[in-house]
Design a protein around this ligand. Structure first.
Ligand code: GDP
Ligand code: IMO
Ligand code: MG
Length: 424
């Protein structure tokens, strides 16, 4: 059995959480492979809404096993908050959530370092989520990190050594560390909560499951255009968000990857700083934000909005080897008379279909304009109900992207999901 992957093709917040939940009944194990509590994955069903940060989105569909893989970075304090709010709504995960011993720990001082480095950047701020993601991955690569498995062996000595080093850096930058004591208190309470879960060698667990023909779905966080290697660097996150990240983040060999589900919005959003060629600064952008309720699930920040960018999407599809596309939030365009799609860029008068090295340069998007469907699609249950203009939009995208669209989402609820059966 191969592992399937679901990942974002834009700048994050494509709707990964919703679709992982929808696909979960087909799988036995759902595993997060990178990122950390910078993610905010929203799920809505039966009138309830949940936002998951570190916990995989397969926890609400029966007794499926969920794994936090080695590629994830975990903050015990935030994890405790997440688990306790799930417990309060009747979801006990202690038997169903397994955590890799090799996942790296976000320490209290990593959070301070994140804020310190952002402050030092002045006007060139990345606009991080402030969760310590960058410093934690930096230390992983620098071979200075602490891992979940370290909690079991003489942790205090290791912790204090790292903390002293961090305090030196913070002092050199005159950074106020007065909040540290309080953060540490919560963090160590979080460690006690974390220890109630099973710490495992998740690479063995997942490969054994595949050998036993148990189906595994790898859940990505962030999006391809935030990938550390291929995203709009330096305005990216600090992990590999692409399909290859599922191999390193779970210990699954490339030949053991099956379907790659690439998920995108029918338009485009981004939160934080950095290039966004199709961004709209006018009332159309405001309309997308209002109708799409485009405010960060983690930070509440308004998301920047724009038309769909097929240059960036083709690039993402190439990098991930996407086998099936999933289009989200098409209902947000329900009232638009016309819809634009960027098919190429003009850079210094030259037209290109390649995403450029310097995406901060003066990119002029070249648009194709299509007729809108001007129909409320939120109650639709089958593709037979799709308006003609919507079908035209789907066909146009499939032709431009060269990959079939197999699912369309017409609202935030689990039930507002339509499988395009003739395509999957
Ligand atoms: P993720 O990080 O990729 O899981 O996405 P987020 O949860 O951060 O953001 C997606 C937002 O869109 C959430 O508020 C979802 O509830 C919502 N959403 C998901 N699918 C749809 C859809 O088809 N239509 C609408 N209107 N909202 C959706
Ligand atoms: P999900 O999984 C959208 C963005 C931040 C910032 C940059 C770096 O919900 O799609 P970081 O804290 O990772 O160092 O921030 O990446 N970012 C996200 N944007 N969705 C996310 O996750 C994101 N995670 C990080 O806004 O621009
Ligand atoms: Mg999100």
């Amino acid at each position: 059995m191969n592992a399937d992957i679901l990942l974002g093709l834009q700048w994050g917040d494509e709707g990964k959480g919703k679709i992982v939940d929808v696909l979960t009944p087909d799988y036995e194990i759902i595993a997060r492979f990178q990122g950390g509590p910078n993610a905010g994955h929203t799920l809505e069903f039966e009138g309830e809404k949940y936002v998951l940060r570190s916990v995989p989105s397969g926890i609400f569909q029966g007794d499926k096993l969920n794994v936090i893989g080695n590629g994830v970075v975990l903050d015990p304090a935030l994890f405790k908050g997440e688990i306790e709010s799930l417990e309060a709504s009747g979801h006990d995960l202690t038997k169903r959530l397994l955590i890799s011993k090799k996942a790296h720990l976000i320490l209290p001082t990593h959070r301070l370092l994140d804020a310190c480095y952002e402050a030092a950047k002045g006007d060139a701020k990345i606009g991080t989520t402030g969760k310590g993601i960058g410093p934690t991955y930096t230390e992983k690569v620098g071979r200075n990190g602490l891992r979940v498995g370290d909690l079991l062996y003489d942790f205090e000595t290791k912790y204090n050594a790292v903390k002293e080093r961090h305090l030196m850096i913070l002092a050199q930058n005159n950074f106020d560390v007065s909040s540290l004591e309080e953060i540490e208190k919560e963090w160590f309470q979080g460690v006690e909560k974390l220890k109630q879960f099973n710490f495992i060698d998740s690479e063995h667990f997942i490969n054994k499951a595949l050998l036993e023909n148990r189906k595994v779905l790898a859940e990505g966080a962030q999006g391809t255009m935030l990938d550390i290697d291929f995203g709009s660097y330096p305005f990216v996150t600090s992990s590999n968000t692409i399909a290859a990240g599922a191999c390193t983040g779970l210990g699954v060999a490339p030949g053991k990857i099956g379907e790659v589900f690439g998920i995108f919005k029918a338009y485009c959003t981004r939160v934080g700083s950095g290039p966004f060629p199709t961004e709209l600064f006018d009332e159309t952008g405001d309309k997308l934000r209002k109708f799409g309720f485009e405010f960060g699930s983690v930070t509440g920040r308004p998301r920047r909005c724009g038309w769909i960018d097929l240059v960036a999407l083709r690039y993402a599809i190439m990098l991930n080897g996407v086998t099936q596309l999933i289009m989200m939030k098409s209902d947000v365009l329900d009232t638009f008379e016309t819809i634009k799609a960027c098919v190429s860029y003009k850079i210094d008068g030259q037209e290109t279909e390649d995403f450029p090295f310097e995406a901060d340069c003066n990119i002029e998007p070249v648009y194709v304009e299509l007729a809108g469907w001007q129909t409320d699609m939120t109650g639709m249950k089958s593709e037979n109900e799709f308006p003609e203009e919507f079908n035209n939009y789907l066909s146009f995208l499939e032709q431009e992207l060269n990959v079939p669209i197999s699912i369309v989402s017409v609202g935030p609820d689990r039930d507002q999901t339509i499988s395009l059966l003739n395509k999957s």
